[in-house]
Design a protein around this ligand. Structure first.
Ligand code: ATP
Length: 239
């Protein structure tokens, strides 16, 4: 396997609370890897730790990206190496138009193709401001379009389906697959089975620990059946 990202024994405490406890995870280059788990399982914290967000530096463990240790590197260096994160709450930029936003940093991809990939009409959206005059779902799609234009090596998507209407979930999946087809590897954090089901592999998180990983459907079934190693093989108390 050509491993893009490898986490070894990653442990993160915030204040008195341990939110990640000895995470081991490998993600293959080119894969969509789904991360599932109940509210509070630690999915977003893991995303922030990989991205290098302020305040989320692990106390223990190693993060390897393309075989290079990155856990001591600041967020902007990790971004330059090709890691990007789409936050659970999509960004607002008062005064910035969608076309400016999609051209920020002169990304390699074409903003028009990217907007079409997320199901938004370029003629209708390019001149609109990226502020609260857009719905949450529209901002979420525009953020995904920005990632498509960036062509990162690793895109971490935190709940990309949040705020996306049920009928548009297939379009969201198509946009994620478009990212994959242009070479990005995707860590896909989602509660929506219809979206997670399209991943190549998956991991299940409970209480800051990976309790199951492997073939996507098997992990989803394990999660839905509430099987959880951490909860002593009993019904998971956290689902
Ligand atoms: N800055 C912080 N300080 C203290 N505790 C935090 C902080 N951020 C998150 N936590 C706690 O860490 C745990 C994991 O939170 P996280 O946001 O990673 O969960 P999640 O799996 O993404 O949940 P959800 O599905 O609800 O988004 C939670 O118990 C949360 O309250």
């Amino acid at each position: 396997m050509d491993t893009l990202l490898e986490l070894q024994n990653l442990t993160l405490s915030l204040g008195q609370r341990q939110v990640l406890g000895g995470i081991g995870l490998s993600i293959a280059r080119g894969d969509i890897h789904a991360l599932v788990g109940a509210n509070g399982a630690g999915k977003s914290c893991l995303a922030y730790a990989i991205m290098g967000c302020e305040g989320y530096r692990p106390q223990q463990g190693t993060i390897l990206f393309e075989g290079r240790r990155i856990d001591e590197l600041p967020i902007q260096v990790r971004a330059r190496l090709g890691i990007t994160l789409a936050w659970q709450e999509p960004a607002r930029f008062e005064g910035l138009r969608v076309s400016d936003y999609l051209h920020l940093g002169s990304p390699p991809g074409d903003p028009i193709t990217a907007l079409e990939a997320v199901g938004l009409s370029p003629t209708e959206y390019l001149d609109r401001p990226v502020d609260n005059t857009l719905s949450g779902g529209e901002r979420k799609r525009i953020e995904l379009a920005a990632i498509i234009t960036m062509r990162p090596k690793l895109a971490i998507l935190d709940e990309p389906a949040a705020g996306i209407d049920l009928l548009s979930l297939d379009e969201l999946v198509a946009a994620i697959q478009a990212m994959q087809s242009i070479g990005s590897t995707i860590l896909l954090i989602t509660h929506v089975e219809q979206v997670a089901a399209h991943a190549d592999r998956a991991s299940q998180l409970c209480g800051g620990q990976i309790v199951c990983q492997g073939e996507t459907q098997a992990v989803i079934e394990n999660y839905k059946a509430r099987r959880c190693r951490r909860c002593d093989g009993e019904i998971c108390r956290h689902v």
